[in-house]
Design a protein around this ligand. Structure first.
Ligand SMILES: NC(=O)c1ccc[n+]([C@@H]2O[C@H](COP(=O)([O-])OP(=O)(O)OC[C@H]3O[C@@H](n4cnc5c(N)ncnc54)[C@H](OP(=O)(O)O)[C@@H]3O)[C@@H](O)[C@H]2O)c1
Length: 371
């Protein structure tokens, strides 16, 4: 299962947002107290990684660094204070690093240093390098054990399919944050993107009815077909975003009571009216998880008079990951290859990989490195 940790390994090093990446041979980190050294099997690439690393998105992070976000890995070596993880174990590597003496100081590995002095210090001085490498060192608490026998042998997941956790966990965090219950109706907007599609899968697994919003009828039809293939009994409806705020609200309300909304809009959808339409369709006491970037609906009679909760959410909490893995191990998600269709790339093909990731998005799609 595990082989000796080599003294050096290959890693994709971003010199700067202007100089781009170089595949370099670098020393393999040693397992210090509080850390695990991981052999990276799959490393996720998000649709806007290219925009982050070429500076278009203006995310702040120290440079140079090894790129990345989340990963599926095998534990290669452990710090002396590890008490539960074992060498050779399969783990999900969480990209959210939190301060141990103050978990509110958090940053996203190799992506964003966060807003506070503590998270910036942790990123810059301690956990600078990400997982786009053959080996990486991460905090022990960022390694979430996966029951390999159950997931891979019994349920048929490969490591490529397990990498899709990086997409599924984000909407799981938002849906749990607004306490979505089985049987409730949730609007996912927009649902045709990578995280939006993952949100639909998660909401269905939670037992909710989903109304998926999107601009493109064809994509919405394909999304519905995909969901029903993996979860034949799923309750899923679709509504096209027309830009007519009132008409879109009426289309949502035609399906009856709407309990909650999960929004995962990219910045380019900033002026779209779909979130306003969805909020207007909510029942009294409805909840909204705002995980994307569209205008916040202004205070109105609807918000105040109907006791609407609007909550922002960054990623997910640590306990969400463990709850999610329990659901996966109980078989509550589509099995193995029905969950995701993944394209993988070698580290040296980093440019093509990020270009493909920018285009190959939507429900059940994922692009990753197989270092
Ligand atoms: N809060 C968090 O923790 C968190 C974590 C991860 C990501 N996010 C946010 O989620 C966003 C989506 O990421 P992704 O990887 O899913 O992106 P993606 O795969 O590129 O999907 C983008 C989605 O937005 C839709 N869209 C684009 N422009 C639009 C417009 N003008 N009006 C209405 N809809 C529009 C697309 O619709 P079409 O299919 O019609 O093109 C698609 O459904 C990110 O940009 C990020 O800001 C938040």
């Amino acid at each position: 299962m595990s082989s000796p940790v080599p003294l050096s390994h290959r890693a994709l090093v971003l010199e700067s947002t202007t100089a781009g990446f170089h595949l370099q041979t670098v020393p393999t980190p040693l397992p210090t107290p509080g850390s695990a050294v991981l052999q990276i099997l799959q490393a996720g690439i998000i649709s806007y990684h290219r925009e982050i690393y070429d500076g278009t998105r203006h995310y702040a992070f120290p440079q140079p660094l090894v790129g990345g976000s989340s990963a599926i890995a095998r534990v290669a070596a452990l710090g002396p204070d590890a008490v539960a993880l074992t060498v050779g174990q399969l783990v999900f590597v969480d990209c959210v690093v939190r301060g141990r003496d103050d978990p509110s100081e958090l940053f996203l590995t190799a992506i964003s240093e966060g807003a506070r002095a503590g998270s910036k210090k942790l990123f810059r001085d301690v956990w600078r390098d990400g997982v786009w490498a053959e080996y990486a060192r991460m905090p022990l608490e960022n390694c979430v054990p996966l029951n390999e026998a159950r997931l891979c042998k019994e349920l048929g997941y490969g490591v490529k399919e397990l990498m899709y956790l990086c997409h599924l966990l984000v909407p799981f965090g938002g849906l749990r944050d607004i306490k979505v219950e089985p049987g409730e109706t949730v609007v996912v907007s927009p649902a045709t993107g990578g995280y939006g599609g993952a949100a639909v899968k998660v909401a269905v697994a939670l037992g909710a009815r989903v109304i998926a919003m999107g601009r493109d009828e064809g994509k919405l039809a394909a999304l519905k077909e995909h969901v029903l293939k993996g979860a034949p009994g799923a309750s899923i409806e679709t509504v096209r975003i027309t830009g007519d705020e009132k008409a879109d609200t009426a289309a949502l309300m035609a399906f009856g009571t709407v309990d909650a909304v999960l929004d995962l809009s990219p910045p380019e959808a900033g002026k779209s009216t779909h979130l306003k339409s969805a909020v207007a369709a909510l029942r009294r006491g409805g909840r909204v998880s705002m995980m994307g970037f569209v205008d916040v609906p202004a205070a109105s009679w609807k918000l105040v008079g109907d006791d609407i909760t609007l909550k922002g959410k960054l990623m997910y909490e640590r306990e969400d990951m463990f709850q999610f893995v329990k659901m996966l191990e109980r078989g509550l998600y589509p099995k193995g290859k029905d969950l995701v269709d993944a394209k993988t790339f070698a580290l040296e093909d980093w440019k093509e990989a990020m270009d493909v990731a920018a285009e190959y998005n939507g429900i059940g799609k994922l692009v990753s490195f197989a270092p």
